[in-house]
Ligand binder design. Structure first.
Ligand code: 5GP
Ligand code: MN
Ligand code: MN
Length: 314
């Protein structure tokens, strides 16, 4: 059921124990949204646990509480707990955290491919980030934004709109960011922490850039994270796609990453083409200009399958 802002507030207020979760491979929007909600709900005296079924990239550890995010198997819940699923389209996106949802589920999300799966939902595809939705909700509820909540929400918004460069950046996105800065968010601190990389990681870039391939007369750029390349980069490869999307003439950038012999993780970004449609062909989703999926095929084959679909929508 789609809720109003006040209904969302009432649902949260009616539950004393709340588990917060978000999608696997949590990004800045997922982490920032979780931590801001945690802080606000704890301020209301709720018992709150935050659980994500994945590693947390240590670049997020500048936010207080980020290191305390737990794995689902470290948490016990029962049917009295409300589960709040943030920044995720369905229960299939939260991995083993689905086992924690023994009671009611509230979903707050902004993806166009949302599956409308929860008991209650607040889905706003007009927002660039879940953090943008939460900022509006909290402001509507006259909540007090502490500087750490403001920083977490600012990070959530900024990372999902490419620091206000992507086409999902609206006047509303900027107004919510402005509100957060006025509440104590520090754009320079957030950027500094998210941009910081080890020397090894920076040097890995030169190796990564040697692996760029172009298709469709230069309109499609691809990077393949083979097990060999992953030895240079480590598992957190999400930021490399931003380099190849800037190549002149490229509309769609995508990466394929080895997960297993028959499992390949795909990320897609575009300036014009509908990559949500392409990801949906493989059971994934996301947004029109940023989407992802997991393909049950070896890396090289998955890459060819994606290129084939992309050339259809070009
Ligand atoms: P990323 O490439 O950063 O993993 O994902 C880009 C966008 O697509 C994000 O908003 C992410 O939540 C969404 N997304 C990525 N993979 C999947 C997937 O397998 N299923 C769905 N429904 N959405 C995905
Ligand atoms: Mn996300
Ligand atoms: Mn998001």
């Amino acid at each position: 059921m789609n809720c109003s802002s006040q209904e969302v507030r009432r649902i949260l207020e009616q539950h004393d124990r709340i588990v917060l979760t978000a999608h696997v491979s949590p990004d800045g929007d997922a982490i920032g949204s979780l931590l801001a909600m945690q802080e606000w709900l704890e301020g209301l005296g709720k018992e709150v646990v935050v659980a994500v079924d994945d590693d947390i990239d240590d670049k997020f550890f500048f936010l207080p509480l980020a290191e305390q995010i737990r794995r689902p198997d470290q948490v016990q819940t029962d049917a009295s707990w409300l589960t709040v699923v943030l920044d995720a389209t369905g229960m299939d996106r939260i991995g083993a955290a689905d086992a924690l949802a023994k009671g009611k589920v509230l979903n707050i999300d902004h993806h166009i491919s949302n599956l409308h799966f929860a008991d209650w939902e607040y889905v706003r595809t007009d927002c660039a980030a879940t953090g943008e939705i939460l900022t509006e909700l909290l402001a509507d509820w006259q909540a007090e934004f502490s500087p750490s909540m403001a920083n977490a929400l600012y990070m959530a918004i900024a990372t999902d709109c490419g620091f206000f460069k992507f086409s999902n950046t609206t006047g509303h996105t900027l107004r919510m960011a402005a509100l957060l800065v006025e509440a104590g968010a520090q754009p320079n601190v957030v950027s500094e922490h998210l941009e910081a990389r080890s020397l090894a990681k920076l040097q890995a870039l030169s190796e990564v850039l040697r692996h760029i391939e172009l298709f469709g007369e230069g309109q499609v750029a691809c990077l393949s994270f083979t097990p060999e390349l992953l030895q240079y980069t480590g598992e957190h490869t999400g930021s490399y796609i931003d380099y190849i999307r800037t190549i002149q003439g490229v509309d769609v950038a995508f990466t394929v990453k080895y997960v297993g012999p028959e499992e390949t993780r795909v990320s897609l970004r575009s300036k014009r083409a509908d990559v949500n449609a392409v990801a949906s062909v493989f059971g994934g989703g996301g947004h029109v200009r940023a989407a992802g999926c997991t393909v049950a095929a070896p890396l090289e084959e998955a890459k060819k399958m994606i290129v084939k679909e992309l050339l259809k929508v070009k």
